[in-house]
Design a protein. Sequence first.
Length: 163
Amino acid sequence: MRGYLIVFIIGLVISGLTAFPLVSESRLLVTVLHALSVDTLLPGPAAFLSSVADGLRDASVRYPYLAYGTDWLAFAHLVIALAFVGPLRDPVRNVWVVQWGMVACVAVLPLAMIAGPIRDIPLYWRFVDCSFGVVGIVPLLLAYRHLRRADTAAPQPLAVAQQ
């Protein structure tokens, strides 16, 4: 159970840390994809990623304060990861954190499918975004299953008869 939660925490931390250097990361990704000829194999996604990298670069030059929003996004990932320390310390008492995480993973799907078209995100990229919720829920479901077993296996206190 702890291992599943640790995997989820690591995923959140990596997501958070990689949200800070978006300009350099996106440019590096485009360069690597070009070097691997992915842009020839998948021209649509490669063009989209190149456009994203250009947009991030242009925005950082002209409007650097916009990146402050993604800084907060990164920070939120790190703080959410910290919340999962509770279930590591006292799993049964903090089962609600795992349940909340599962709800958040499910909520990724409608957000991507509703906000994606509004922001001109291609359908294939919305599926990439949805994959974070789908992949993220797996360790949480496994941890939750173990938590439920541990909770039902634990001895229950005797009920005191009321008079």
